[in-house]
Design a protein around this ligand. Structure first.
Ligand SMILES: C[S@@+](CC[C@H](N)C(=O)[O-])C[C@H]1O[C@@H](n2cnc3c(N)ncnc32)[C@H](O)[C@@H]1O
Length: 335
């Protein structure tokens, strides 16, 4: 049984059409921060960490996917990833770092800048890529729009737009990610967010040439990518009081501290019985870990939804939220 399972994966691996060496290394260098299962302290003279044991390649029926390039033991860290863009949920804005989403408690050191709270001087410095532009504008109408309609993705688009204006990233920085297919109704619903974003930046004296990228087509294409690729961040680590309030919040309100888009984690396909998962300990830095032993050539898949739901509920959620019909072995078995 194990042998046939293994040889199925092996033959798949041999036939894989890998992305070019150049595009794969670009993806890896963009996304990962550590590559091995052991923690190493990087000093200026120490060699850079080895790349993670994965390869992005075409799958048979789910577009691109992430494949193991060697055997990985159960529970190992595959790699970590820093967000391309992240944003606290509006309900957490006063209780988490505006850059890394770490919880800020009454005991933690705090670094304030205008209306934002940061957990460290480093986060305050790192936030300049968007905050130097963002703080020039009045976002009250835009935030009200998101709050009243329960929208979180326009906040990520706003942050990305500010990063583009500040010159930190290019306007097409997330265009490599797969977009959702949007119906005309969905595109129509996005118009208000687009106009409010543009208006807020115009009023903040952004120059016309700084805003040339910010047209309806850019806004909807970014929203289409964020819709499929954004992760909702729930922190696993933290204080006992945090765990208690999270337990209460899971009944009453939003437990997520925010949302984020990553590069490499966006290439992991879904499985209702996954062999890998993504977790967050105390900030928005993601950790991709195996849930069981994975062979060289095996595709690494995570679960996008609550796997404890029944077959029909899972299929409906994946079709409506992500636009695909899941044909993972568990779904095919009817479970
Ligand atoms: C986050 S992306 C994963 C990477 C994507 N395959 C790509 O090429 O960029 C999610 C999309 O991948 C495809 N996908 C993921 N898991 C799948 C599955 N189990 N069955 C079919 N398609 C899947 C769907 O098109 C889905 O909308």
């Amino acid at each position: 049984m194990w042998l046939s399972h293994y040889s199925r994966w092996l033959s798949r691996f041999q036939n894989l059409h890998f992305l070019s060496q150049q595009s794969t290394s670009q993806l890896l260098s963009f996304s990962f921060t550590t590559a091995t299962t052991t923690t190493t302290t990087t000093t200026p003279s120490s060699p850079s960490p080895s790349p993670p044991p994965i390869q992005v390649a075409l799958t048979e029926s789910a577009g691109r996917g992430v494949f193991a390039t060697r055997r990985i033991s159960a529970g190992d860290l595959i790699h970590t990833a820093k967000p391309i863009v992240s944003h606290p949920s509006l309900s957490s804005i006063n209780s988490v770092c505006y850059f890394c989403l770490r919880k800020i408690t009454s005991n933690s050191l705090e670094f304030q800048a205008h209306n934002a709270r940061f957990c460290s001087q480093e986060c305050k410095e790192n936030s300049k890529v968007f905050y130097d532009v963002e703080r020039r504008a009045d976002w009250s109408t835009f935030d009200d729009y998101c709050r009243s309609q329960g929208l979180k993705y326009p906040l990520l688009v706003k942050r990305l737009a500010c990063m583009i204006i500040s010159g930190a990233v290019s306007a097409d920085s997330i265009h490599i990610l797969q977009p959702a297919s949007l119906s005309p109704e969905m595109i129509l619903k996005m118009e208000e967010g687009f106009h409010l974003l543009r208006r807020a930046l115009k009023k903040a004296d952004a120059m016309d040439e700084e805003l040339t990228f910010l047209n309806k087509q850019w806004y909807t294409s970014v929203m289409a990518r964020i819709r499929i690729n954004a992760f909702r961040i729930e922190l696993a680590g933290g204080l006992y009081e945090d765990l208690l309030s999270a337990a209460a919040a899971s009944i009453e309100a939003e437990v997520a501290v925010g949302n984020a888009v990553y590069m490499l984690p966006s290439f992991y396909n879904h499985d209702c019985d996954p062999n890998a998962h993504i977790i967050w300990i105390d900030n928005a830095d993601a950790r991709l870990k195996t849930l069981r032993e994975v062979e060289a050539g095996e595709e690494l898949r995570i679960c996008y939804i609550d796997a404890s739901m029944g077959h029909n509920a899972r299929q409906t959620l994946l079709a409506e939220g992500f636009g695909f019909r899941c044909n993972c072995p568990r779904c095919l078995s009817g479970d």
